[in-house]
Design a protein around this ligand. Structure first.
Ligand SMILES: [Fe+2]
Ligand SMILES: [Fe+2]
Length: 155
């Protein structure tokens, strides 16, 4: 795995996204059109993710600053709640019983995405909290070292 590979994968996903768009252009069936177009958008998303992986392989992508962690955690908390509401909505529609197979298929596609969005946001939340804690304990480490250098506290 190398940065060069990542550029290749970025381009592969972007070209594929364009090819899917071309297929969709003359398509009239709304269900098939929507499904192929969402795969196209997911491919753009994959390109973005590969680009970020490329940055990480270059050693870029520093730890989040404490200031940034503080406000972004609050926002992520709200987004997690939004996803929960969306999951509830789709689930209640599905539980209501849907005879139309295309509608059921599309709702199930949304539900799968929402569940993944929810778990990704929770994961990212935990990662930020952990990084935050790590930074704090590092600071405490430094304080402790500084104190012990000048003499043990207390006693
Ligand atoms: Fe992909
Ligand atoms: Fe979502």
């Amino acid at each position: 795995m190398s940065e060069a590979n990542m550029d290749e994968y970025v381009n592969m996903e972007l070209n594929y996204a364009e090819a899917l768009k071309k297929t969709v252009k003359d398509l009239r069936n709304p269900v098939i059109k929507t499904i192929i177009e969402s795969i196209s958008r997911d491919s753009v998303k994959h390109a973005m993710i590969y680009k970020t992986i490329g940055l990480l392989l270059k050693g870029e992508g520093a730890l989040i600053s404490e200031e940034e962690a503080e406000w972004v955690l609050k926002e992520i908390e709200q987004h997690i709640k939004s996803e929960e509401e969306m999951i509830r909505n789709v689930k209640s529609m599905l539980e209501g019983g849907i005879n139309n197979k295309a509608v059921r298929f599309l709702l199930e596609a949304i539900l799968k995405d929402e569940v993944i969005h929810h778990s990704m946001l929770k994961r990212v939340y935990e990662i930020i909290v952990k990084q935050h804690t790590l930074t704090e304990s590092d600071i405490w480490d430094m304080v402790w070292k500084d104190v012990s250098f000048h003499g043990t506290p207390g006693g």
